[in-house]
Design a binder for this molecule. Sequence first.
Ligand code: 5RP
Length: 207
Amino acid sequence: MKLQVAMDVLTTADALALAAKVAPHVDIIELGTPLIKAAGLSAVTAIKEAHPDKIVFADLKTMDAGELEADIAFKAGADLVTVLGVAGDSTISGAIAAGKAHGKGVVVDLIGVADKVTRAREVVALGAEFVEMHAGLDEQAEEGFTFQTLLSDGETSGVDFSVAGGVNISTIASVQSAGATVAVAGGAIYSASDPAAAAAELRAAIV
Ligand SMILES: O=C(CO)[C@H](O)[C@H](O)COP(=O)(O)O
């Protein structure tokens, strides 16, 4: 299982500083949606230039204009981009077409999708690299939220999936046991007093 850091910081300088600390311990470096909105796609270019050996993940959360948005992010240096699973098939297919043109991949983020199992199978059939079983920051704060549902949906789907939203040192073993190909950790790394140590600890927990 690969480890992905989600950098939910707001400036390119903060992202570069965080990536420099954690890169030795992660496989995928994600620029979070707020970072891309605040700093623009130049942040993607800066991270790719600083870490050409890492998979750079632009969490665009595209909802429309799939081919155009994916194309500009791939041109900026992204290796993977996200499109929302709640978007229409034409949006997802457009992003996948851009991915094919650049030799890069599209991850479909299932945040907000009621039936994640069915949608996961549909978007992988369209050509998505993998799906993200994702509970967003707001959903995690809702009463009754259970992380376990993400894992069981991933297992049931039978497709390649990542898990995002609440991955930490207490939950990462269960993410791996569920068969995820990628564990995404945001706050567990960037909010730690020592992000490098936190990332190393998560990495060590992957067997
Ligand atoms: O994409 C996101 C929010 O939409 C977050 O980056 C992702 O959910 C990581 O969450 P956490 O901080 O709980 O690990």
